[in-house]
Design a protein around this ligand. Structure first.
Ligand code: PLP
Length: 477
């Protein structure tokens, strides 16, 4: 309808008598409101995703890009004009996904990688040199602990704080004698499920001239955007909740653009000094990224983009179901209905970081919980008896996944590192999916009902908070 007669304004102005009614007061101009997370993901501002008008990005399945002249190619190589040269550095499909993650995390720029480990490696190699120190909170993902061991072999001191409390991290920074160049934490540790106080850690790091990097894979930007709380770099394994369907491996690094780099302390960034606070973006994308060769593939970026569009929707349901399941299982444990059962989840008041989580995460607590069952035999029996939950060493899938960390994801860690990661022989990690919560509760009920009896001669359980393992104090490795 194009004519004025059909317009709402024309209809409103003509009363039944034919006399014109007094014009209704014009609505006050609406205060521009920020669209919600899912709206922003589905309707991004800026460049169209696909020149043909399709709502999803075109898959630019190419390794290299052609130019109309040698001069144009030289200009793009020299960053004098925008463009793509080679997919190990940048690719339009990947760039579309990078814009989405950047919007999710509220950063200045995001670079995607072939995996979460690729993202972490790129960040560490960009910011650290032999003789520098990295301060980490305990209870990190096992693959990250192995990467830190590798860094130590290359001459970087890796110092674990006694706990993820800001005061302990500050003490660990001070103990490096001015050599700390990065503080690293996971917002929710995998699988120890410690909760990091991001604002407190940012303060502790910044007061000592050091940036804070946070792995936000488990918490996700649905719970918290670490940059809003002062973090300088945010890493993701996008293979998890951002993808959501276990169909591709990927990673990302988002940069706040707020940290002032002292190029004498960060020699890897010195050649990009003209970019000031954004020098780190060039380091990640144009220097270490291409050297590492861990670029995200265009096809992967497409899968990630499709997955991320339902990310907030899935997370809401996952968090609700995880809380429901955790409360139910803790109820069974407290009632003594399942001997030897312990439950750990940041949404439970029994979790030592519950108050912080409630404050920091806006009432959601993530999709991971851990259970202790008294013995490896009972942990294995639970995995085998579950019918809906699949035995898979992954998290963040639409399906509920369970794993026995001690014999899988943490099997390669030595005993001390395993304990520091909160991994015990009787521990099971549950990544709650989007199945109907009551079906999950019923599945765990039937599986727990089939466990072998607890061995009365078993040694008492070792461990810290809620029997799930304490920090290894102040270890440098
Ligand atoms: N960070 C965390 C917290 C993880 O859980 C994982 C993988 O499980 C990674 C990083 C590594 O990610 P990717 O498997 O994509 O390399």
């Amino acid at each position: 309808m194009t004519g004025a007669a059909g317009s709402p304004r024309a209809r409103a102005g003509a009363g039944a008598s034919g006399k014109s009614a007094p014009a209704p007061a014009a609505p006050a101009p609406a205060t521009p409101r920020r669209p919600g997370l899912t709206t922003r993901i589905l309707h991004p501002q800026g460049a169209p995703r696909n020149a043909a008008g399709a709502p999803l990005p075109q898959i630019a399945q190419v390794s290299a890009f052609a130019f109309s002249s040698a001069q144009e190619q030289a200009d793009v190589f020299a960053n004098r004009r925008p463009g793509f040269v080679y997919s190990r550095v940048a690719n339009p499909t990947v760039a579309a996904f990078e814009r989405t993650v950047n919007q999710l995390e509220g950063g200045a720029a995001t670079v995607a990688y072939a995996s979460g480990m690729g993202a972490l490696s790129a960040a560490f190699l960009t910011l650290l040199s032999a003789g520098d120190a990295l301060v980490a909170t305990p209870g990190l993902y096992g693959g990250t602990v192995e990467l830190l061991d590798l860094l130590a072999r290359l001459g970087v001191e890796v110092r674990f704080a006694a706990s993820s409390a800001p005061a302990d991290v500050a003490a660990a920074i001070d103990a490096t004698g001015g050599r700390a160049r990065l503080v690293f934490a996971e917002t929710i540790g995998n699988p120890r499920l410690d909760v990091a106080d991001v604002a407190g850690l940012a303060r502790a790091a910044h007061e000592r001239g050091v940036p804070l990097m946070v792995d936000n894979t488990v918490a996700t930007p649905c719970l918290v955007r670490p940059i809003d709380l002062g973090a300088d770099l945010v890493a993701h394994s996008t293979s998890k909740y951002i993808n959501g369907f276990s169909d591709a491996i990927g990673g990302s690094l988002t940069v706040s653009g707020r940290f002032s780099w002292d190029f004498a302390r960060y020699p890897g960034l010195a050649k990009f000094a003209r970019l000031g606070k954004l020098a780190v973006v060039a380091g990640l994308r144009n220097d270490v990224g291409p050297a590492l060769g861990a670029a995200m593939a265009p096809q992967t970026a497409f899968y990630m983009q499709v997955g991320v569009e339902t990310f907030d929707l899935r997370m809401g349901r996952i968090c609700d179901s995880a809380l429901r399941l955790a409360r139910h299982l803790e109820g069974l444990a407290c009632a003594g209905a399942v001997a030897g059962l312990w439950v750990r989840y940041p949404g439970l008041e029994s979790h030592e970081g519950h108050e912080l989580a409630a404050r920091q995460f806006g009432g959601r607590f993530g999709g991971i919980l851990t259970l202790r069952l008294g013995s490896r035999q009972r942990a294995f029996a639970l995995l085998d008896a579950l019918e809906l939950a699949s035995i898979v060493s992954n998290i963040g899938d639409a399906r509920t996944l369970v794993v026995h960390p001690a014999t899988t994801i943490a099997a390669h860690l030595d005993e001390d590192a395993r304990r520091a990661s909160g991994v015990y022989d009787d521990l099971v990690r549950v990544s709650v999916g989007i199945e109907d919560a009551e079906d999950l509760v019923a599945d765990f009920d039937q599986a727990l009902g089939r466990l072998p009896a607890l061995d009365p001669d078993a040694p008492p359980r070792a461990g810290g908070p809620a029997g799930h393992g304490a920090a290894s104090p102040g270890t440098a490795r």
